[in-house]
Write a protein that binds this ligand. Structure first.
Ligand code: BGC
Length: 746
């Protein structure tokens, strides 16, 4: 029986595979056929992407001339079908256009910002969110999204940290891969699939000082160990269809003209056969960056490095033809790019099916989409403090004051980078609290500050009055959506406007304060956390943030999110991330601090370790940290072996018990640390995680399979290897409180 089914399986595999291969071959043949009939101008047209926010006669003519290959920023399906018709029926080559857009965390149904989704440590939820975004966007004719962003970001000053999965390479790898899968579906040619885009290649999250568009200086080894892995996984394992280069220059070279990145790594090492697109005018800005003399020079350098689509800078369409004639860009280079672009169009099924079906059932804002958005929001919330278990609130509670600028901010709770979200469809905490619990609880609402930056304190008295009349204060503070995202870096991460003073004033009433922070990044909220009884970090939670928050505050759901990024106490501590390299003099945490220094103390290497005299030793909240309404106990960390070879799989198990009196979900995290290596190793690095739900009193043995190959890194010889030696494996509920065991790799 076993043999029989094995044979069938092998046959199926063979025919499945050979079917796939012949389909691929078919595509390659068709590409060659189309290519052989194209003029140079038409080929270069495929490499030109234009912005069509306001399409005009000039654009129509360009399309007719075959000078446009893809369009971004148009999203009206009727218009898109018109543009497509011109391309397919009126241009000589008849090649369909691709319509692209930034669909980052939802199209109409807005999911939590990607940083929040990372806090869920739930790749399945990220996949579902991306799938829903693809379904909604493709209904409007969009077949290419510029997402997911997988820049490792260790700097919350950088506004785009909101779009990232945070500071950790492994978590970013997993979340990015899940989103690619969600966007692209099982089959890219399905009309509800959209091509994903791994961006920004590379180092954009490491811009100096967190200032957007700045430079980065990441050496190759660190690039390979920390920054490239999410891209590599998305491209090699998930078949991510496209890659976007970044605005920064890294070590003096803008990625849009980096042969090392685009040709050697992406094509050579990773065998990428998709499309490379520039970021918005990132070819043109190489002139401003001083890397190119003029736009023609920029076109030459970018094309020769392996760039294929010029997003809006028109460098390619204006100069490539001449460059080919002059012999400084070869026609083979152009052909290579056009093959990749045509391949994408074939894979998307656009040659067979170029138009959007305007008659099909609309799924935008479908109830199941809203349900998933709510679930994703719930899983992303991180409970940072819960003194005396003030949360969840009891429905027996009589009067609750709802205070603050973010309680009813339908636009702002959607977060950054959602062009298509509509505030009319957003459900705010104020409305949800009233709707879901208003029949039992009296709510008094005082907005007090009109928006997060508001400094007008004239309504503080009313807020204090409301607090005094209430049993508990629900305080909604944070930042407006526009304060994070592209081009919105901040030098100060304290709460803006008069929000901090509002917290201080309310705390003087002696009432219990539950603070809900809605923000696109970690804020330095140490003082406000001290003055609050509970702090729930809700990020920018999207369309369904309100009902998700309301349910969580009243215990219909329980927090399970964990921080995907370290929260600093002070901006001056940045960069601050858990997985840093080992240092020679780490702080012992009992050293002298600023005010311990005697007057006129003699010069000395005070403390002799690495820390700030004025900021102390600690972060505000650690990577991986987050509380639940219940408690969990870890015990009995067990390894299947303590001596292993490089191809072994280590089984790591731990007993996890729910020691509280509510059901709860815990993100069990597994870290490893290389004790000594040919380069200074990281103090620890996340290697796996699992979300485990347990009933009160329930215990489960949680087991991880850790392939020893996961310990490989780019070493002193720039080779990716597992180096023999001793390693620690650590398991726990955050990056600090961990059980630890040692093993040896031979
Ligand atoms: C951003 C990209 C985005 C592109 C297109 C750029 O400014 O950096 O992330 O995809 O615009 O909107």
């Amino acid at each position: 029986m076993k043999k029989f089914s094995f044979r069938i399986y092998t046959l199926l595999l063979f025919f499945g595979l050979s079917g796939y291969l012949s389909a691929q071959q078919n595509i390659e043949n068709r590409i060659e056929e189309v290519l052989s009939k194209m003029t140079l101008r038409q080929k270069i047209g495929q490499m030109n992407q234009v912005n069509a926010r306001k399409p005009d006669e000039k654009l129509y003519q360009q399309i007719r001339n075959g000078e446009v290959g893809s369009i971004l920023n148009a999203e009206d399906p009727v218009l898109l079908n018109q543009l497509q018709k011109i391309s397919v029926e009126e241009s000589k080559s008849g090649i369909p256009l691709i319509f692209a857009r930034d669909v980052i965390h939802g199209f109409k149904t807005i999911f939590p910002i990607p940083l929040a989704q990372a806090a869920s440590f739930n790749p399945k939820a990220a996949e579902t969110g991306a799938r829903i975004a693809a379904v909604e966007a493709s209904e409007n004719g969009i077949r290419w999204t510029f997402a997911p962003m997988m820049d490792i970001s260790r700097d919350p000053r950088w506004g785009r940290i909101a779009e990232s999965f945070g500071e950790d390479t492994y978590l970013s790898e997993i979340m990015a891969a899940a989103m690619v899968k969600g966007f692209q579906g099982d089959d890219l040619s399905n009309p509800s699939s959209v091509a994903a885009c791994a961006k920004h290649f590379i180092g954009y999250g490491a811009v100096e000082g967190g200032r957007d568009y700045n430079i980065s200086n990441i050496p190759e080894r660190q690039l390979r160990n920390i920054y490239l892995p999410p891209f590599e996984k998305s491209v090699r394992e998930m078949g991510c269809a496209t890659v976007m280069t970044s605005f920064n220059s890294n070590d003096g070279v803008p990625p849009s003209a980096s042969k090392f990145l685009l040709t050697d790594v992406l094509r050579g090492e990773w065998k990428f056969d998709g499309v490379v697109v520039s970021d918005w005018a990132s070819i043109g800005i190489m002139v401003t960056q001083g890397f190119c003399e003029n736009k023609k020079d920029a076109a030459r350098k970018a094309a020769n490095a392996g760039m294929e689509i010029d997003m809006v800078s028109a460098c390619f369409i204006d100069h490539l033809e001449q460059l080919v004639k002059e012999g400084s860009v070869s026609e083979q280079t152009i052909d290579h790019a056009v093959r990749n672009i045509l391949r994408l169009k074939y894979r998307l099924g656009l040659f067979e099916n170029p138009y959007t079906d305007l008659e099909s059932e609309r799924k935008i804002y479908a109830p199941e989409h809203l349900d998933e958005a709510k679930k994703a929001a719930e899983e992303s919330f991180v409970l940072l403090k819960n003194k005396n278990n003030i949360l969840p609130l009891s429905e027996q509670i009589k009067t609750v004051a709802i205070i603050g600028p973010m309680a009813d901010a339908p636009h702002d709770q959607m977060g950054t980078w959602c062009f298509d979200g509509e505030k009319e469809h957003t459900q705010t905490p104020l409305n949800a609290l009233k709707k879901q619990f208003g029949s039992k609880v009296d709510f008094i609402y005082e907005k007090t500050l009109s928006f997060s930056r508001d400094k007008d304190k004239s309504r503080f008295a009313k807020a204090i009055d409301a607090a005094k009349k209430s049993d508990v204060v629900l305080l909604f503070i944070g930042e407006e959506s526009i304060l994070s995202g592209e081009a919105h870096s901040l030098a100060d991460l304290n709460l803006v406007g008069a929000q901090s003073e509002l917290v201080a004033e309310l705390s003087k009433t002696g009432k219990s304060i539950v603070t809900v922070v809605m923000a696109g990044r970690p804020l330095t909220i140490g003082r406000e956390a001290d003055l609050s009884d509970a702090v729930l970090y809700a990020w920018h939670p999207g369309t369904m943030g309100g009902p998700a928050i309301a349910d969580m505050l009243f215990g219909k759901s329980s927090p399970s999110g964990k921080l995907p990024v370290t929260f600093p106490r002070y901006v001056g501590q940045i960069p601050l991330y858990y997985n840093h390299e080992k240092i020679g003099r780490p702080a012992k945490k009992n050293e002298v601090l600023l005010n311990d220094i005697p007057l006129e103390a003699k010069q000395s290497s005070l403390g002799n370790t690495s820390y700030y005299l004025d900021a102390g030793f600690d972060v505000l909240f650690d990577f991986g940290y987050g509380l639940s309404y219940t408690t969990f106990e870890y015990s009995n960390l067990t390894l299947s072996k303590d001596n292993l070879s490089k191809n072994d799989v280590l089984q790591v198990s731990v007993a996890l018990r729910n020691t509280g009196n509510r059901e709860g979900c815990e993100v069990v995290q597994l870290y490893t640390a290389d004790i000594a290596a040919s380069i200074t190793p990281l103090v620890k690095e996340l290697k796996d995680f699992k979300r485990i739900t347990l009933k009160p009193g329930e215990q489960q043995i949680v087991t991880f399979d850790l392939p020893i190959q996961k310990l490989a890194f780019w070493n002193i010889d720039m080779e990716k290897v597992v180096e023999p030696g001793k390693f620690d494996v650590m398991v726990g509920g955050n990056s600090v409180d961990l059980l630890k065991k040692r093993f040896t790799v031979n």
